[in-house]
Design a binder for this molecule. Structure first.
Ligand SMILES: [Zn+2]
Ligand SMILES: [Zn+2]
Length: 146
């Protein structure tokens, strides 16, 4: 049993929630930890598969994902298949400063740091819109080796 690390994990989750002004409910903590453990963005269905056995229903998981997204702790991506994928936001990672590559097969997101957005720091790149993020879609080399 790794009770010790579990407690630390929960404490950390509480701290993050407190910092965002959210109440630390058991469901919210579990959703946050499940997202932190995922190595890639996860769908509501994938998270439910892990959390329903712990006693949370799918609607609760969804409601908490929405709360975490609204509080900007979690970011939400859609790959064109009408399925939202959720991942922990890294506050030190400015997603608008460089484009991202997202694999439409497995959902892995990679930074394309070498590519700078024009005037990204002004965030008003074009007169037509304020660009928040550029996503480049394709198949990663794990899913489709060259
Ligand atoms: Zn892939
Ligand atoms: Zn990035």
């Amino acid at each position: 049993m790794s009770k010790k690390s579990d407690t630390g994990e929960i404490e950390k989750a509480r701290e993050i929630l407190r910092g965002a002004g959210l109440r630390s409910t058991p469901a919210r903590i579990s959703v946050l930890i499940a997202l932190q453990k995922g190595s890639k963005p996860q769908t509501h269905a994938e998270l439910s598969d892990r959390l329903v056995p712990l006693g949370f229903d799918k609607a609760t998981v969804f409601r908490n994902l929405t709360d975490l997204t609204d509080a900007e702790l979690v970011s939400r991506t859609e790959l064109g298949d009408h399925v939202w994928r959720f991942e922990i936001r890294d506050p030190s990672h400015d997603r608008s400063s460089h484009p991202h590559f997202v694999c439409v097969d497995c959902g892995v997101v990679s930074c394309m740091e070498g590519l700078e957005l024009p005037d990204a720091n002004q965030k008003k790149t074009l007169n037509i819109a304020r660009i928040s993020e550029i996503l480049v879609k394709g198949h990663c080399l794990t899913c489709e080796p060259l």
